[in-house]
Design a protein around this ligand. Structure first.
Ligand code: NDP
Length: 444
């Protein structure tokens, strides 16, 4: 029996309804089997048992009043997963699908991702089943104020620093920050992804998408290739997807398709990013409007089929489990050479198995999308120093961090005799950093 099987069993017993959380812990524990054999001290000190159990889970009621004067109630979450290497850090997701399993899986992944950045940040995640889509600005504001009226007592610049995620962008962060400041009478770096006029960092908005491309470029260059001249398909059209598309284009690739949860657009000669930003960031409309505005583009109902578009590189940047085994097989048949995750856990375990079996380069989100949180940590540094760095300075640091993450994953995979298994490399390298800190700090 493998050393970590009993821990997988405990996770299942303790979290019987949490499919996403079990999926995420299973993947990591499988990668850590060799580490457990090599480091009996981790087993003796219960590091594996402790790392799969969040330090603290907070679930709360969020009541608010809609524009019709009707009382609405949502559920809020904050899972403070692991603080061994720094204050809890991780985004807030507002989406109707949010539940404790999703927040726990995201918080768990976040611990390893944050460790990989080399910066002093622990892991956490939060959110609500509130759906900002179709709500007025004042409804979103009232919701955010109510959410923060409970959350404020659990967070702080040196304790727990939330940021954005699906459904939480600049508008929501602004309302959340305003309410925190009002309740605490304190101006601090308690949230990241803030607006540039009140403590935000230049390049934070771009960071996850740009970082994904820096990682992808480093991986391709290490294999004698690059993004130059490649056809790229990107799912999603939110914060991560848009800036991944922008950096891909700057690096000489052509982004031919993007999506939202209703469907996808295909634009053979390359997505017009100014138009996409106008539709998605300013007008907050559906992606279908892109094809209505540009007759050369085609709109297809249903977002899953985006993976049938022929491409060299696929960047899933929407949500978890959006790229399954069947999609992986279609991508391979069409000649894909790399799949790099901008979203968290977008490829199902079966899809990853198929990609690996065919020798496709596969970059796991906890490594390839770490640029967002890394730049959030740079925002925290600037807030503490009461300084703001230039766009180029932040961008240069981001690029350097992503190249280092790539190198760490690649080298760790080689050290464990599994070259190009970046998932294994990411899981082990992230884990070892946290495990050493936990060992040093005793049983806490
Ligand atoms: P946004 O809310 O800005 O955009 C999300 C995009 O994904 C939208 O186009 C949305 O379409 C689509 N989408 C969301 N849920 C689904 C679904 N169930 N099925 C199909 N499409 C869906 O979020 P982000 O761009 O910030 O986040 C995208 C992913 O990247 C998430 O997995 C997130 O955890 C991850 N991530 C984000 C970081 C960040 O800095 N923002 C950092 C690291 C990871 P629609 O508008 O129709 O809902």
């Amino acid at each position: 029996m493998a050393v970590l099987d009993s821990i997988k069993e405990t996770v299942r017993k303790r979290n019987p309804h949490d499919a996403e959380f079990i999926q995420a812990t299973d993947e990591v524990l499988l990668s850590l089997e060799l580490v457990a054999q090599k480091h009996p001290e981790y087993v003796e000190n219960g590091i594996f048992e402790r790392i799969v159990e969040p330090e603290r889970q907070i679930v709360f009621r969020v009541p608010w009043v809609d524009d019709q004067g009707k009382v609405q109630v949502n559920r809020g979450f904050r899972v403070e997963f692991n603080s061994a290497i720094g204050p809890y850090k991780g985004g807030l997701r507002f989406h109707p699908s949010v539940n404790l399993s999703i927040i726990k899986f995201l918080g768990f992944e976040q611990c390893f991702k944050n460790a990989l950045t080399g910066l002093p940040i622990g892991g956490g995640k939060g959110g609500s089943d509130f759906d900002p889509k179709g709500k007025s600005d004042s409804e979103v504001m009232r919701f955010c104020q109510s959410f923060m009226t409970e959350l404020y007592r659990h967070i702080g610049a040196d304790r727990d620093v939330p940021a954005g995620d699906i459904g939480v962008g600049a508008r929501e962060i602004g309302y959340l920050f305003g309410q925190y400041k009002r309740i605490r009478n304190e101006y601090s770096g308690v949230l990241t992804g803030k607006g540039l006029t009140y403590g935000g960092s230049l390049a934070r908005k771009e960071a996850t998408g740009y970082g994904l491309c820096y990682f992808t470029q480093a991986m391709l260059e290490d294999h004698g290739s690059s993004l130059q001249g490649k056809r790229v398909v990107i799912s999603g059209s939110g914060n991560v997807a848009i800036y991944a598309a922008e950096k891909c284009t700057q690096l000489g690739a052509t982004v031919v398709a993007m999506s939202d949860s209703n469907g996808y657009v295909y634009d053979e000669n390359g997505i017009d990013l100014a138009k996409m930003k106008e539709i998605k960031e300013i007008r907050r409309e559906r992606i279908k409007e892109y094809a209505n505005a540009l007759p050369r583009a085609q709109y297809h109902e249903g977002c899953k089929d985006i993976w049938s578009c022929v491409c060299d590189i696929a960047l899933p940047c929407a949500t978890q489990n959006e790229l399954d085994e069947q999609a992986a097989e279609v991508l391979i048949k069409n000649g894909v050479m790399a799949v790099c995750e901008g979203a968290n856990m977008p490829c199902t375990p079966q899809a990853i198995t198929v990609l690996k079996r065919h020798g496709i380069l596969y970059a796991p989100g906890k490594a390839s999308n770490a640029g967002g949180v890394a730049t959030s940590a740079l925002e925290m540094s600037q807030n503490s120093q009461r300084l703001s760095w230039s766009f180029d300075e932040v961008d240069a640091r981001l690029k350097n961090i992503m190249e280092n993450i790539y190198r760490t994953c690649a080298d760790t995979a080689i050290a464990y005799d599994d070259k190009d298994n970046f998932m294994l490399g990411a899981n082990i390298a992230g884990f070892e950093k946290i495990a050493e800190a936990m060992l040093a700090q005793g049983i806490v």
